[in-house]
Each structure stands twice: as structure tokens, then as C-alpha cells.
Design a protein around this ligand. Structure first.
Ligand SMILES: NC(=O)c1ccc[n+]([C@@H]2O[C@H](COP(=O)([O-])OP(=O)(O)OC[C@H]3O[C@@H](n4cnc5c(N)ncnc54)[C@H](O)[C@@H]3O)[C@@H](O)[C@H]2O)c1
Length: 429
């Protein structure tokens, strides 16, 4: 099949590369010349394990074509996926301006029969707007059906998530579009959820909000465990063994972040409000998440007293491991609060330094793990990168001014760290 993706972010580029690898001819339309020029050389605008290799392989096979132009990509394509960003507006709902803008450009270039599908996360109601734009802008003779195919990939494991998803959701009112999309996904062995547009979109928001809820629940249990001297990790392990609950997304830490959970929880609250329903459960999820971030700062103040002038080393900046994505990362809030209190911050992240410099310009960036500890009064772990798990604690202690560790990801064994002589504080233990 011939496919076009509009947008080459985490969703657009990864799914485009995977569909090209399945043997399809895939166009990827961007809007920044520099990024498209780099992509033509196989250079990705962001870090995702295995992605550059997959892009290079499919560029060489001439199955993947990067372009700034809507022609010939749109007229040639059987399916066009919209995969641009849908950030949060000041009101908390999804900003659809880019989706609507590209819908107009797609509409003007349609020829023959085409299925246009959103991979971007958009609220119910967006379908009517996009559909109207496509119908109003297309030439006579062009036929178009619209669908929602929400994406569930996770940054850090995006390629394997796209090849082996838990399910494929296809939301459309058109039987013909449904058949085309089912055929396109035939190389993927996953259950299909065939439904209408509104249901498909609510599945996406409901899934992300439920996962965020699990994380906040784990953080609330961690807080309570600290107050009553229980071990939250054992409590969560104990409840996670119950098949009805499951053990995933039950790790306490500095709260969820990234480009999806915070914005999708906010958007679902907003969708509910627009329909006169107060989804206060999700408002509480947000409050607990913010408290989890503040709790790290409270613990730092507890250890150091006044943090003014103190050297604080930070391991990990990205919102989670295996990505360079800094969008809504807990590190941004935590570091900014500590800096406002006058702390001096030195940080290391294996992949996110470049994106972190844009949002945290006033910290010192170390080029390897151990330099972060030199002269530090306190070390805080904020991202669960594998390379932080096996550090040499003798070396850490030798380099630090005072051996204080706040382990925001519970990477280390408190008993072992205390034996090394660290003042160790985890989350919920
Ligand atoms: N990142 C994830 O893990 C993930 C997972 C599932 C769903 N989603 C959803 O998918 C959508 C995209 O997310 P993302 O993380 O890939 O975003 P992103 O910010 O990484 O990528 C957005 C892309 O859109 C492009 N773009 C912006 N304006 C454009 C224009 N006018 N013309 C062409 N391209 C344009 C940008 O250059 C960029 O390549 C969002 O709605 C998001 O909620 C994201």
C-alpha cells in the first residue's frame, strides 16, 4: 500500500518506519527543511532505540521518502495518517490547530479514494471538524473517508510496541475505510477493536488516564507507607500479584511526566467538564502527581536544611529511561524549585542533555555519571536509566562532600546503601 504520515515525531516517524519495513511505500511530510534534510540522511530528530537503523534500512530500500511537499504523496496514497502534536491549551483541552491546518492541506491534494486517519490523540468532536475541512477543500471527484486509529506506543520501546501492540483500535463510520485499515494492519498480530470514532478516541484518553491513575495510586500508597513505616514496594508487590490489579505502573517515584499522561489527563477532565460531568477522580490524580514531585524537594530540605548554596547532583533528567524527551519531565519542576531555593545543580542524563538545555539552561551539565557527585552535598536520582543501577558506591562516597542520596526511582537497596554509610531516602520505604 502507499501511505503518508504528516509529522515525524515519536509517533509519526516510528510508525512510518515500521510500515515501510512491512513493505509499504511510505511518505513522511514535515514542515522544517533542516529536519527533513537530516531525515533524508537517516538522522532522527530525537532518540529512540533502534530507530535510526530502521530508517536507514528503509531509506536504502526506497520505501521511506521524506518530503516537505504534499504532492505527489497525498494524491498517490491509499491512507494518510495525521501524526502531529496536540498539546494542551491554557484551558486544559487539546490544541487542534495543527491537526486542522494539515487537514486543509491534505484536503486540497486528495485524488481518487483516500482514507485519512488521525494517529494524534484528539477528543471526540475533532472528527466532525476534520471531516468538514476535508469535504470542503477536496476537489470534485476525490473521495475521502475519515477514521481514528489512536496510537499506544511507549517512547523507549516504540518500535516493538508498534510491531507487537496489545490491540489495534480502528474507529470509523465507513465500512470501506475500515476494510482498508484492517488490510493495512494485516502484518500485525494483535486483536482488533473496530468501533466508531468517538469510542476510539475515548479508549485512548481513558487508557492513558487509567495508567496515570495507577501511578498516582502507587505514589499515594508510598506516602502513606512512609507515615506508618510500611514498605511501599512490598505493599505494591503484594497487591500487584492479584491478577485483577496487575503489577505494571505501580512504581512510586517523582510522578508521571512526558508528552502524553499529563496532557491526556487534563484533556479528559476538560472533555468531562464540557459535558457537565466533574471527573474529580482525575483531578485528584493530578494533585497526587504534583505532590510526588514536591515530596522530593521536601526530602531535600529535610536532609540539608537550607539548600541555599548547597551542591546537588542529579542523575537523570528525561521523564523516563530510554528517551531524550523532556516534555513535562518531573526533573524540570524539581530542579526549578531547588534552584529557586538557591541550590547549585549539576546533572547528567545519558541522552536528554540537548533537550534539557532548552528547558533548564541554568544548570551545570556533567558529561558522565561520576562527575555529578564531585563535592555534592546531596545526590538525587530522577530517571531509572540502566547505567545508574550498577554504580560504584565506594567511588560515589569518595567524591561526595556528604553521602546523602534521595533515590526518586527506588533503584538501590536501602540496606546496602546504609552499610556503605549513606544517608539514604527512597520513595515509600
Ligand atoms: N509520544 C508518545 O509516546 C505518543 C504515544 C501515543 C500517542 N501520542 C500522540 O500522538 C501525537 C503526536 O505525538 P508525538 O509525541 O509524536 O509528537 P511530536 O511533538 O514528537 O511530533 C509532532 C510532529 O508534528 C510535526 N508537525 C508540527 N506541525 C506540523 C505541520 N504543520 N506540518 C507537518 N508536520 C508538523 C512536528 O515537526 C513533529 O514531527 C500527539 O497527539 C500525542 O498525544 C504520542
Amino acid at each position: 500500500m502507499k501511505i503518508t504520515f504528516i509529522g515525524h515525531g515519536y509517533v509519526g516517524l516510528v510508525t512510518a518506519a515500521v510500515f515501510a519495513d512491512f513493505g509499504n511505500k511510505v511518505y513522511v511530510i514535515g514542515h522544517t527543511k533542516e529536519k527533513i534534510d537530516n531525515l533524508k540522511k537517516g538522522i532522527s530528530p530525537f532518540y529512540e532505540p533502534g530507530l535510526e537503523e530502521l530508517v536507514k534500512k528503509n531509506l536504502k530500500a526506497k520505501r521511506l521518502i521524506f518530503t516537505l511537499d504534499y504532492k505527489p504523496a497525498i494524491p498517490e496514497s491509499d491512507v494518510v495518517f495525521i501524526a502531529v502534536g496536540t498539546p494542551t491549551t491554557k484551558m486544559g483541552d487539546a490544541d487542534l490547530s495543527t491537526v486542522l491546518d494539515v487537514a486543509e492541506k491534505i484536503g486540497k491534494n486528495l485524488e481518487g479514494y483516500t482514507v485519512v486517519a488521525t494517529k494524534s490523540t484528539v477528543p471526540a468532536g475533532a472528527n466532525k471538524k476534520v471531516q468538514r475541512i476535508l469535504e470542503e477543500t477536496k476537489h470534485q471527484g476525490a473521495e475521502v473517508d475519515y477514521a481514528s486509529v489512536p496510537e499506544f506506543l511507549r517512547e523507549g520501546s516504540a518500535i516493538s510496541d508498534t510491531i507487537n501492540p496489545d490491540r489495534i483500535v480502528i474507529g470509523t463510520e465507513s465500512k470501506r475505510a475500515q476494510e482498508v485499515l484492517v488490510k493495512l494492519h494485516k502484518s500485525i498480530n494483535a486483536p482488533l477493536v473496530l468501533t466508531n470514532f468517538e469510542t476510539a478516541e475515548l479508549i485512548k484518553y481513558a487508557a492513558n488516564s487509567f495508567l496515570a491513575l495507577k501511578i498516582s495510586y502507587a505514589n499515594a500508597i508510598a506516602k502513606l507507607s512512609e507515615l506508618i513505616h510500611a514498605d511501599a514496594l512490598k505493599v505494591l508487590e503484594g497487591i500487584g500479584m492479584d491478577k485483577r490489579i496487575g503489577n505494571l505502573f505501580l512504581s512510586p517515584g517523582p510522578g508521571y511526566g512526558g508528552s502524553c499522561f499529563p496532557k491526556d489527563v487534563r484533556a479528559l477532565i476538560s472533555i468531562a467538564k464540557d459535558n457537565d460531568y466533574a471527573f474529580s477522580l482525575l483531578e485528584e490524580v493530578e494533585i497526587i502527581n504534583q505532590q510526588a514531585r514536591r515530596d522530593i524537594v521536601r526530602k531535600a530540605r529535610g536532609i540539608l536544611g537550607d539548600v541555599r548554596g548547597k551542591n546537588i547532583g542529579i542523575l537523570g533528567l528525561a521523564f523516563k529511561a530510554n528517551t531524550d524527551d523532556m516534555r513535562d519531565a518531573a526533573a524540570i519542576d524539581i530542579i526549578s524549585w531547588l534552584q529557586n531555593d538557591g541550590a547549585k545543580i549539576t546533572a547528567f542524563d545519558p541522552k536528554a542533555e540537548e533537550s534539557a538545555r532548552e528547558v533548564l539552561p541554568k544548570i551545570t551539565y556533567a558529561d558522565e555519571v561520576y562527575s555529578v557527585m564531585d563535592g555534592a552535598d546531596l545526590l538525587i536520582i530522577l530517571t531509572e536509566w540502566n547505567e545508574f543501577k550498577d554504580i560504584n558506591f565506594e567511588e560515589v562516597k569518595k567524591r561526595m562532600k556528604t553521602p546523602n542520596i534521595i533515590d526518586g526511582r527506588n533503584l538501590y537497596d536501602p540496606k546496602i546503601l546504609r552499610e556503605y554509610g549513606f544517608n539514604y531516602i527512597g520513595v515509600g520505604r
